[in-house]
Design a protein around this ligand. Structure first.
Ligand SMILES: [Zn+2]
Length: 477
């Protein structure tokens, strides 16, 4: 009932901006009813699209961690007359006699009651969590981008069970979410539960929304402090937070599974073990995810940079915030130890490993482990060459400027090299050849010396190290 009311009301609100002489924008309005008892969502949509011909919709990916499936998709015209739907692979094609409006509805089933990780999904009687690319059947945003066509104006109403709070990474107005375009529609997190504790604050000039459920061995304010420190240190080091509003969702996952990821450009999902402590490893992970707003969000490039160098910068900024350079050393030595255990560490460069699609979690891949050491060694080389007047941060800030001027937000490895060598001269060029271009084994002495260049102190590798629990950081970032 509620769903129908919302559908009827929405087009009126949408009609307003189409003033005289302005072509009316296509519109796409969803009403999503969360049905925890039946472990599914019921999704109703109304698409008005002025272009003639068949309407093609793309389904959520059925493979990978999504854990959702679409059933019973049907379509009608504006008056309720059924329209034929042809389903083929990941697309639904709806034939219609006349534009503009098509209504379609489907059920979204969930395989899991607890999310496998931050890129997964789950629905049961206590909570709902999903990344939105696993939820929406929609016109393909990439196709619109390629044709330089404006995506329909999107509105999403989510109808949860009574008493549940909805948290999503989209702006909201009058109870309706307003994704900015198709990419934003399928590029965020959405969650709902009766027991979310929601904290909204202004941090580093933007809005930070934090929704937490479940209890762990640390307070909500401790997690908020780590998140906010990451946002503030990131803004002070690399320039303003790239988005006006960032949403963090923190939920309990399963034992042995800890995961975080940036979805789209502005939404960070954290799924942690119930027994999690907010010690060095998890604070570092949280800084890492926050820095993805810059590297992976505002700027795309080789994975060894967006994952590995981001991991280094996260460790350094965290250590600076805490005033504990020994934390940076501990994280770098841990990375070095894991790097030594990677059996292809002298067989491939980091870029080659990525191109070969080698699998593994973040303790087993060069793009993470050697990438972090590359960040350390390049930062040290720049500081050494300039007697501390410049750092890797200068190169990073320059690359962000380059990315900001491009629609693709992408910079090439050669451009990273240029920025690093401009900042750190011959010393940085030598380090680049050795660490990025080659696959020579990095030595303990190199790491020790680099830590001294960055912190001014000498840190030896710890005698014994526990192998770090794997963070299942989103591989697709
Ligand atoms: Zn990451």
């Amino acid at each position: 009932m509620l769903a129908r009311l919302a559908l009827a009301a929405a087009p009126l609100a949408l009609a307003a901006p189409a003033a005289r002489g302005q072509a009316p924008r296509d519109t796409l309005v969803y009403t999503v009813a969360v049905q925890p008892r039946d472990q599914h969502l019921t999704v109703e949509a109304r698409l008005t699209i002025s272009a003639l011909g068949t309407v093609v919709l793309t389904a959520p990916p059925s493979a990978g961690p999504a854990g959702t499936s679409v059933t019973g998709l049907s379509a009608t015209d504006e008056l309720g007359a059924p329209l034929p739907v042809r389903h083929s692979g990941a697309t639904f094609a709806i034939d219609r006699a006349a534009p503009p409006a098509v209504r379609f509805r489907y059920q979204l089933d969930f395989e899991r009651r607890v999310a496998e990780g931050s890129t997964g999904s789950a629905l049961d009687t206590s909570r709902f969590y999903a990344v939105t690319r696993s939820v929406f059947v929609a016109p393909d945003p990439t196709a619109f981008r390629k044709m330089s066509r404006a995506y329909p104006v999107v509105r999403v109403a989510i109808v949860p069970p009574p008493g549940w709070e909805v948290v999503a990474g989209w702006p909201v107005e009058d109870g309706t979410f307003r994704p900015s375009d198709g990419g934003d529609l399928v590029g965020t997190t959405v969650a709902a539960a009766p027991d979310f504790r929601v904290y909204r604050d202004t941090v580093a000039g933007g809005t930070r929304l934090l929704a937490i459920r479940g209890h762990r061995y640390f307070s909500d304010s401790a997690l908020a402090a780590v998140i906010d420190a990451g946002l503030r240190k990131g803004a002070a080091t690399f320039g303003p937070v790239p988005v006006a509003r960032v949403t963090y969702t923190s939920d309990l996952g399963r034992k042995g599974r800890t995961s975080g990821s940036l979805q789209g450009l502005a939404s960070i999902g954290l799924i942690w073990e119930p027994s999690e402590l907010l010690e060095l490893a998890r604070s570092h992970d949280t800084f890492h995810e926050t820095l993805h707003l810059w590297f992976g969000g505002a700027m795309e490039t080789e994975r060894w940079w967006t994952e590995g160098v981001t991991d280094y910068l996260a460790a350094r900024l965290l250590a600076e915030w805490k005033g504990q350079p020994e934390d940076l050393a501990a994280l770098c030595w841990e990375s070095y130890r894991n790097y030594l255990a990677i059996d292809h560490n002298t067989r491939m460069t980091m870029a080659e490993e990525n191109r070969a699609s080698v699998g593994g979690d973040n303790t087993e891949l060069l793009v993470y482990r050697k990438g972090m050491l590359a960040g350390l060694l390049l930062d040290a080389a720049i500081r050494r060459e300039t007697h501390g007047r410049s750092t890797l941060d200068a190169a990073a800030a320059r690359l962000l400027t380059v990315a900001a001027a491009r629609r693709s937000r992408t910079v090439r490895e050669a451009e990273i090299r240029d920025a690093v060598v401009d900042a750190g001269g011959a010393s940085a060029a030598r380090t680049w050849s050795r660490v990025v271009d080659a696959a020579n084994l990095l030595s303990e002495a190199e790491i020790r010396e680099a830590l001294r260049d960055v912190t001014g102190r000498t840190f030896d590798p710890p005698r014994e190290q526990k192998r770090r629990k794997a963070l299942r950081d989103a591989g697709d970032r």
